[in-house]
Design a binder for this molecule. Structure first.
Ligand SMILES: Nc1ncnc2c1ncn2[C@@H]1O[C@H](COP(=O)(O)OP(=O)(O)OP(=O)(O)O)[C@@H](O)[C@H]1O
Ligand SMILES: [Mg+2]
Length: 410
């Protein structure tokens, strides 16, 4: 395989931080050559609440990935999570400037700049300005207007913003861990990259990455995102409910949930008991499995109702390809059945695919964001390489990415 570039992704989640080093071949194939998943501390619902602890977790993840690969990490694509992430759509229109009225790269960039110039409060950072499509002299649905003759060029963009202070704190942690930032990528878009097919994105589809602290949602149609949002609930809420309802500690609740939990109440025997042993309680005690699963089902039903609210807010009937679930908490048994029941649309659970190398344990829903960050990086590399929309703010430069790493064996 001819290597095109080596790039790095860092997924800073509520319960785990994952640094991945990936090699991208000339034909776009991705191979993992280094990985460092570590338990996270210092975050709450995807947002940094303790700088020192987060720096330490990131540095440990980076160190693991470096040791495994023999590379030194210099810069990385970093995922941004948290409820503060928001998407909006904006249009930009310009008059085509050249004497022969032929659309140039500069015209495209100017149109994107106009779309970007919508009033964004000073406490928000722009993460992405993604061109969704162009309108050329009133002709809609143009994907690549370069070289077309026209008087007016209009671009439709999807803009993703985040809380400036949350972004600053995350950036600070990454930099203090010794890593520079290639690009900050909103978690919902990274997850989408890992689990949605191009056909689904074209047709119209939604993705929900149900993590520990948050659920990241993105909707795509005609190949591009048009709605991005994060809701502040995830698997931790389920575990908390189980702990309170069953009167057990959090670790016991987590274990019971993963081992015996399901959202499919019909699959649970009404008489079935589970024995829980807790510290200072040697004899153990029997609790009802159905009682626990009712707690789980209620919380997950509410979560799906919140997801349905988001899909409805974005527009009815816009995801004929249904909802794709991923994230660690999507591994809960019976989740697709409950999702279909609440949403009345096709639902499937997906894990990352199309990646080789050191993928043991990584091809599960919990790593969708982690692997998606590398796939996002590989894609922006391809876009920049072909020279399109060079000045679009969200695209990483090829030169920069080529220099992303230095070998520690000079
Ligand atoms: N087999 C399983 N069944 C049910 N839930 C599970 C299973 N495995 C993991 N989970 C849940 O998945 C959650 C962790 O998911 P994930 O690793 O995607 O979170 P994260 O990336 O750390 O958090 P976030 O993305 O919200 O910041 C936990 O709440 C955990 O209980
Ligand atoms: Mg996550």
């Amino acid at each position: 395989m001819e290597r095109e570039a080596v790039l790095v992704g860092i997924d800073v989640g509520t319960t785990k931080i994952v640094a991945l080093i990936g090699e991208v071949s000339r034909d776009g194939a991705l191979t993992i050559i280094g990985k460092g998943p570590v338990a996270a501390s210092g975050l709450k619902k995807g947002v940094v609440v303790n700088i020192d602890q987060t720096v330490h977790s990131i540095a440990t993840a980076v160190e693991h990935a470096e040791r495994l690969s023999g590379w030194k990490i210099d810069r990385a694509f970093v995922g941004v999570g948290g409820q503060h992430i928001e998407g909006m759509n904006s249009k930009g229109q310009i008059a085509v400037s050249g004497a022969n009225r032929e659309i140039t790269r500069e015209d495209i960039s100017r149109a994107i700049e106009v779309a970007r110039a919508v009033t964004i409060p000073s406490n928000r950072d722009v993460l992405h300005v993604l061109p969704r499509g162009f309108v050329v002299d009133g002709q809609e649905g143009v994907k690549d207007p370069l070289g077309m003759s026209a008087i007016r060029l209009e671009v439709e963009t999807h803009i993703v913003t985040a809380s400036a202070t949350a972004v600053q704190n995350l950036s600070k942690c990454v930099q203090q861990a010794g890593v520079r930032i290639d690009e900050l990528v909103a978690d919902p878009l990274a997850s989408a990259e890992a689990v949605l097919s191009d056909t689904e994105k074209e047709l119209g589809v939604a993705v929900a990455d149900i993590g520990a602290g948050t659920t990241d949602i993105a909707l795509y149609t005609e190949g591009s995102p048009f709605h991005t949002t994060v809701i502040p609930v995830g698997g931790n809420n389920v575990t908390n409910d189980v702990a309170i309802g069953m009167k057990v500690d959090l670790q016991t609740a987590e274990d019971l949930k993963v081992k015996f939990g399901t959202c499919d109440l019909l699959a649970v025997d009404t008489e079935e008991l589970m024995t829980v042993t807790m510290i200072g309680d040697d004899a153990g005690r029997d609790v009802s499995r159905l009682e626990m699963c009712e707690i789980i089902e209620a919380r997950m039903r509410e979560t799906f109702e919140m997801i349905r609210g988001e899909l409805e807010a974005a527009g009815h009937g816009l995801s004929p390809a249904g909802l794709v679930l991923t994230g660690g908490a999507a591994q809960l048994s019976g989740i697709t059945e409950l999702g279909r029941d609440v949403l009345q649309m096709p639902v499937r659970v997906a894990a990352p695919t199309n990646v080789g190398g050191l993928v043991d344990h990584l091809l599960t829903p919990a790593y969708a964001t982690s692997i998606g960050l590398l796939q996002w990086g590989a894609r922006s590399l391809a876009v920049t390489d072909s020279g399109r929309y060079e000045s679009a703010p969200s695209m990483g430069g090829l030169g920069r990415i080529r220099d992303a790493l230095r070998s520690i064996f000079p």
